[in-house]
Design a protein around this ligand. Structure first.
Ligand code: SF4
Length: 381
């Protein structure tokens, strides 16, 4: 039976970060009430549509944003209760909430633990205040240390720290210091993504008008190559291009759902779902999203059937993000064919270029393939 990963998007932030084009709104009571009414209605509707005779068992829960921990605890309690009413929550379910360091009050974190949330993902981003300012973040490095202390005090034993490399003005030495600062906080998981700057953001404008300069490509690559030895040296396993875990049990199960191209249901403005071979995207604006649910309908803005050929290609290039690679038996169970039977010429070329290895049970990227992953992914599209 399909078990979906569940994602809840909480679209509220105190301020807009300079590189962010996510949907987010300033927090106010009326908007929060409207959002909670709508998102719980969507959880009920999607649960009913997917469940058949009995509620579906969740594979994972992730409440992200935006800044979910800005929501009052009563609002988070109502949302989690709706998930528990309409989906089965198995023993040991990984249930994550994202927190910004400046919005991680002990009272909220303690309340989340009591609701059954057992993983916290903290947006540290950088260990240096100068670079946090470039990103337009609302916190300082000291806030991260305080947030981690509060999380531990609340009983969280599974913490992720999100980091960003390639920030304008950042050098490889700065990046090394950020990794060391993160390690000093002893998290169970670290995500280390390269900065992306979408058009229309404040940081994009500054880079366009010469107010700031992008990190030279060679230095960005140097930061990517620094990450693995530093984190591996501290006992972290590199299990996905940008993700590191202290042990297999601390890998992010929710993100593994995405990387394995398995089904997920997303609730909230702009959330995406992939269910029964169809991918849908919700309406982005909160008023339109809430109005549709108030009228009793699903708030879908776009819907696309993903044909089997595309599902195979996506399973390949998402699965190759995982360092252990694509399991051939799992692929064959799902599509009735071994990956080599489908992508023989592409696999042969990538092997000849030293970017991919074909093993009896799996296909995986080499170290060079991981560094040039986007180039590999294009071959499967
Ligand atoms: S906190 Fe996250 S979602 Fe909110 S503006 Fe910053 S990057 Fe965007």
């Amino acid at each position: 039976m399909n078990r979906p990963g569940l994602y809840v998007h909480a679209p509220f932030c105190r301020q807009k970060c300079a590189y962010c084009d996510f949907v987010s709104y300033p927090l106010n009571r009326a908007a929060v009430e409207r959002y909670v009414r709508a998102v719980t209605a969507e959880i009920a509707l999607r649960g009913a549509a997917a469940e058949g005779d009995a509620p579906l068992e969740a594979a994972s829960l992730y409440i992200g944003g935006g800044t979910p921990t800005l929501l009052p605890l009563e609002a988070l309690t109502t949302i989690v209760a709706a998930v528990q009413r309409h989906f089965r929550w198995p023993e040991g379910l990984e249930a994550t909430v994202e927190a910004n360091p400046e919005a991680a009050a002990f009272s909220v974190l303690d309340g989340l633990r009591r609701l059954g949330i057992n993983r916290l993902s903290i947006g540290m981003q950088s260990g240096e205040d100068r670079l946090l300012t470039v990103l337009g973040r609302g916190h300082r490095a000291a806030d991260v240390r305080e947030a981690v202390r509060s999380a531990r005090r609340a009983g969280f034993s599974n913490l992720n720290l999100d980091l960003i490399s390639g920030i304008p003005g950042q050098t490889p030495a700065d990046w090394r210091r950020t990794l060391e600062a993160a390690l000093a906080l002893e998290p169970e998981h670290i995500s280390a993504y390269g900065l992306e700057v979408p058009p229309g953001t404040a940081l994009h404008a500054r880079l366009q008008n010469g107010g700031l300069f992008p990190v030279p490509e060679g230095q960005a690559l140097e930061m990517f190559h620094l990450t693995r030895p530093i984190l591996a040296g501290a006992g972290f396993e590199h299990y996905e291009i940008a993700n590191y875990a202290r042990s297999r049990s601390r890998e992010c199960r929710h993100n593994l759902v995405y990387w394995r191209n398995e089904p997920y249901l997303g609730f909230g403005p702009a959330a995406h779902s992939f269910w029964n071979g169809r991918r849908t995207a919700n309406k982005r604006a909160l008023p339109a999203y809430a109005a549709r649910l108030a009228a009793g309908g699903l708030p879908v803005a776009e819907s696309e059937v993903i044909d089997v050929r595309t599902q195979m290609a996506e399973t390949m290039f998402l699965g190759l993000r995982i360092v252990r690679g694509v399991e051939r038996a799992r692929f064959a169970r799902r599509f009735g064919r071994d990956p080599e039977a489908v992508y023989g010429p592409e696999i042969a070329r990538l092997r000849a270029e030293g970017l991919l290895t074909l093993e009896p049970d799996r296909l995986r990227l080499t170290a060079q393939g991981l560094a040039l992953a986007n180039l590999v992914f294009e071959r499967f599209l």
